[in-house]
Design a protein around this ligand. Structure first.
Ligand code: ASP
Length: 353
């Protein structure tokens, strides 16, 4: 009898312990995403628009989670998260990407997986509906790392990726943004004035779009899959009013994107020229690899010390092979969200969160 009671008690305690372990909140992440950094201030976003950003970031993470739940690899989850954001005009990638000086849309994207260091990237593309799917196809189905322009679009077509007319990507808010930037340039030339004075502040939503997206509206994802394998991806329309075939950091492996299973996966957003010069994504990896820094130390150093010193504005998201993650930025805000190991989702955009 005593033995029976002891057994029942032991089982009960065991059940309690298990329940406690299951209920314990994990601070380790599976997926981290960003939707660009910049002048993102609460006072400039309507509650509706704020809610739309939260909802879209959540939708992107859910798409990634469902992919991981099926047992897919990290790089596939990266693609599924990014596709959701590319399909939304809220972000500067895919539909709603920023305009070039010539009033066209030219997009860049890249992806890297951390086990064999395979990577794929495309720049200055204008016909592939989801640029991140082209980056994946280049990684998995070609012998190359990077393709550009018409050739890249043609390769996507040969891989049966969805092709659309360039007009599909065009959004009226982005067009007005281009016109404002072009007027502002003239104003600066005409009067040699300061940029702030030339910006029309009468339209709140427009201004936040201008503020955040003039430079930094890129989207990105970093993922640690069920086998602790890492991948990173980034997709962008680049910078408003860009010309002469300008390409930023986003499609450059080592600058805007990097992944290595032994250290971290990184995706950046910000003023691309600085991110290229400081090889930001690889910089974080190498500080961890060679100096033994943690992801937190390395990410913080590069964004908040090295880039700040040279006025390089932007941020990054990073995850390591244990699920530690970082989201540093030196701008007012950054659209960002985390899927934790236990399934919780957190979405954020302002600096103080
Ligand atoms: N880094 C991108 C570029 O320079 C812009 C962005 O992050 O929004 O093209």
């Amino acid at each position: 009898m005593i033995r029976k009671v002891t057994l029942i008690l032991a089982c009960f305690c065991c059940f309690q312990m298990q329940a406690q372990t299951t209920n314990k909140m994990s601070n380790k992440a599976r997926i981290v995403i960003h939707g660009g950094a910049g002048t993102i201030l609460k006072k400039n976003l309507t509650p509706e628009r704020e809610a739309a950003y939260h909802a879209k970031l959540k939708e992107a993470l859910v798409a990634g989670k469902e992919t991981l739940d099926k047992g897919e690899k990290a790089e596939i989850a990266v693609v599924e998260c990014i596709k959701v954001m590319e399909n939304s005009p809220l972000f500067n990638a895919g539909k709603g990407a920023v305009f070039t000086h010539e009033e066209t849309i030219e997009m860049d994207a890249s992806i890297m997986e951390g086990s064999k260091l395979n990577a794929g990237a495309a720049c200055s593309i204008s016909r592939i509906k989801n640029p991140i799917t082209l980056a994946l196809a280049i990684m998995n189905k070609s012998h190359h790392v990077m393709l550009s322009g018409k050739g890249a679009d043609d390769f996507g077509k040969s891989q049966n990726l969805e092709i659309v007319d360039n007009d599909y990507f065009k959004d009226s808010i982005r067009y007005r943004q281009l016109k404002k930037v072009q007027e502002m340039e003239e104003a600066i030339l005409d009067h040699d004035g300061d940029q702030g004075a030339a910006v029309d502040s009468s339209e709140t939503e427009f201004n936040i779009t201008l503020g955040e997206d003039k430079k930094f509206g890129t989207v990105g994802a970093v993922v640690r899959d069920n086998n602790d394998h890492l991948a990173a991806g980034t997709s962008t329309g680049g910078m408003t009013n860009k010309r002469f075939g300008r390409v930023g950091d986003s499609p450059l492996i080592g600058a805007g994107t990097y992944a290595n299973d032994s250290t971290c996966a990184i995706s950046c957003t910000g003023h691309g020229e600085f991110f290229i010069r400081h090889a930001v994504a690889y910089n974080v990896h190498s500080r961890m690899y060679l100096k033994g820094e943690t992801l937190n130390e390395a990410g913080d150093y590069v964004i908040n010390k090295e880039l700040v010193k040279v006025d390089g504005m932007g941020g990054l998201i990073g995850i390591d092979n244990e699920g530690n993650f970082v989201m540093p930025f030196n701008t007012k805000g950054m659209f960002r969200a985390v899927l934790y190991e236990d399934g919780r989702i957190e979405t954020m955009m302002y600096g103080e969160e």
